[in-house]
Write a protein that binds this ligand. Structure first.
Ligand code: PEP
Ligand code: MG
Length: 576
């Protein structure tokens, strides 16, 4: 009896029914053979080059069309390499000299090039070229072997992508017109593929454990990303049931959509700000369409991760300006780059660490490699005249870190002014509170910052000592644990005591169980995936702030576990 139902973590809302597109590692194994007809073998190489060039060009064009020129640029480097006569020439020479098959010659030459490039460890440009050689050779090898390489950027019919995991760049290549959902073996609600799925508004289930081994390419499956369930062998009745459920969900979304221009106000007249988290300038459109009142978190590291080298000051300026302009004067909180942890940057040569989440990352890198930091700050300050910019530093643990970052910001501002470049004089500067030490010391920070934004994705993992990506300890990842709620209250109260505001840009802000309590605790700004904005506005319109204050008090002082808080909120909101 085949498995019919699997479960995972619902990471991005929605329901989809479509054939599977397996994004699995292709089998490119081959045997080394001696050949007699050397000319024929050389001709196979020419054919592989021609076909690989055609495939990469097609991928490049699709990626440029659906995702933008920036995402497409990596393929230009591949094309350039393929047209380099040196590489292909060496493959042919090897066939002629050693009378071996094209596969064997290609493998030997590509290994040699990769080794040569990657041995130049200090040269990020060469490291990138090594990656290009690997990609291009893999594609040529696939042509020679007649194997189809999965390429998410070229998907042009409705599918559900199934993979072990998706890297941020895989995720960025997904065209939501065709990719109806994705499902992965690993990952959690706050892993970056999950966060990107929400900003692309693609339904997703992650952390299934074994989806990749449980379905075949082309098999129709149902993904219910509202519940975190996958029906792998649906009957016609299942399909009908889920089509109805999908329709009901669409109708609910249509109801929420009516609130797109409404203010966010509770039943008893209390206003809060509902903002969206974005990863790229293009996401700002989704924020506007979903009625966000601002951007509460622009994760700028994606700008670095989607590029083959450090983005220049001008490239960054254009990106920040685009977001500020798209938001038409509404506040935009831009976080300086948060590289490290699970967000790698191939051209920034970081040594491997035992505990990357506790290591050299985010503001620690920025304060250490100040040229890179200053370039980002210059771009931000130059863009500040195009809207209401707020700058935020990630992973602040101590006040001296904040002071140093702010001082560098001031220094850069003075440099720009001296150069005659205009800078807004109304830029708020704040910090992410995502390290427990900063949450505990919030009263002292509140005297120096303009605002806090609580990063619960990390705050929870650091407080509970439970890796946010590790399913085996995910039971400890407890947003509603009274200990977390008390830390959050400490931060909000500390800000208010100094007349400052507190936002939250961790996933918890858009969580329908957490939001009522956060409202009761007095959180001022809630920043979440654009797709959660309208349903949260609808939820708040049905709540009384005064009742939520009482609810929060019980949660913090009478509940002892995560589960008790969930039950408390569920009971309090059951009739809405
Ligand atoms: C957080 O830690 O809550 C956060 C918003 O940042 P990121 O998810 O990018 O680490
Ligand atoms: Mg974080």
């Amino acid at each position: 009896m085949p498995i019919t139902k699997m479960t995972g973590i619902a990471a991005s809302d929605g329901i989809a029914i479509a054939p599977v597109y397996l994004l699995a590692e292709p089998d490119l194994s081959f045997e080394t053979k001696q050949v007699e007809d050397v000319t024929a073998e050389v001709a196979r190489v020419d054919l592989a080059v021609t076909q690989a060039t055609a495939e990469i060009t097609a991928i490049r064009n699709t990626a440029a069309e659906s995702l933008g020129e920036e995402e497409a640029q990596v393929f230009d480097a591949h094309l350039m390499f393929l047209s380099d006569p040196e590489f292909v020439g060496q493959v042919k020479t090897k066939i002629e000299d050693e009378k071996i098959n094209a596969e064997a010659a290609l493998k030997e030459v590509s290994d040699m090039f990769v080794m040569m490039f990657s041995s130049m460890e200090d040269n990020p440009y060469m490291q990138e070229r090594a990656a290009d050689v690997r990609d291009v050779s893999e594609r040529m090898m696939a042509v020679l072997l007649g194997v189809k390489l999965p390429s998410p950027a070229t998907i042009n019919e409705e599918v559900i992508v199934v993979a072990h995991d998706l890297t941020p760049s895989d995720t960025a290549q997904l065209n939501k017109q065709f990719v109806k959902a994705f499902v992965t073996n690993i990952g959690g609600r706050t892993s970056h593929s999950a966060i990107m799925a929400r900003s692309l508004e693609i339904p997703a289930i992650v952390g299934t454990g074994s989806i990749l081994d449980s379905v075949a390419d082309g098999q129709v499956i149902i993904v219910d990303a509202l519940e975190g369930e996958i029906i792998t062998n649906p009957t016609p009745e299942d399909i009908e049931t889920y089509n109805e459920k999908a329709l009901a969900y669409e109708q609910q979304k249509a109801e929420w959509a009516k609130l797109v221009d409404a203010e966010t106000v509770t039943k008893d007249g209390h206003h809060v700000e509902l903002a969206a988290n974005i990863g790229t300038p293009k996401d700002a459109e989704g924020a506007v369409n979903n009625g966000a009142e601002g951007i509460g978190l622009y994760r700028t590291e994606f700008l670095y991760m989607d590029s083959a080298d450090f983005p220049t000051e001008d490239e960054q300026y254009e990106a920040y300006k685009a977001v500020l302009e798209a938001m038409e004067g509404k506040p935009v909180v831009v976080r300086t780059m948060d590289i490290g942890g699970d967000k790698e940057l191939s051209y920034l040569d970081l040594p491997e660490e035992m505990n990357p989440f506790l290591g050299y990352r985010a503001i620690r890198i920025s304060l250490d490699q100040q040229d890179m930091f200053k370039t980002q700050l210059r771009a931000l300050l130059r863009a500040s005249v195009h809207g209401a910019l707020r700058i935020m530093f990630p992973m602040i643990a101590t006040l001296p870190e904040f002071r140093e970052a702010k001082e560098i910001l001031l220094e850069v501002k003075n440099e720009l002014l001296a150069e005659g470049i205009a800078v807004s004089d109304d830029i708020q500067v704040g910090i992410m509170v995502e390290i427990p030490a900063a949450a505990v010391l919030a009263d002292q920070f509140a005297k120096e910052v303009d605002f806090f934004s609580i990063g619960t994705n990390d705050l929870i993992q650091y407080s509970m000592a439970a890796d946010r990506m590790n399913e085996r300890v995910s039971y400890l990842y407890q947003p509603y644990n009274p200990s977390i709620l008390r830390l959050i209250k400490n931060v909000i109260d500390a800000a208010h005591a100094e007349g400052k505001w507190t936002g939250m840009c961790g996933e918890m802000a858009g969580d329908q169980i957490a939001a009522p309590i956060l409202l009761g605790l007095g959180l001022d700004e809630f920043s979440m995936s654009a797709s959660s904005v309208l349903k949260t506005r609808s939820l708040f319109s049905k709540l009384n702030k005064s009742e939520m204050e009482a609810l929060a008090d019980v949660a913090l002082n009478q509940c002892t576990t995560n589960e008790e808080v969930v039950a408390l909120v569920a009971q309090a909101t059951a009739d809405l």
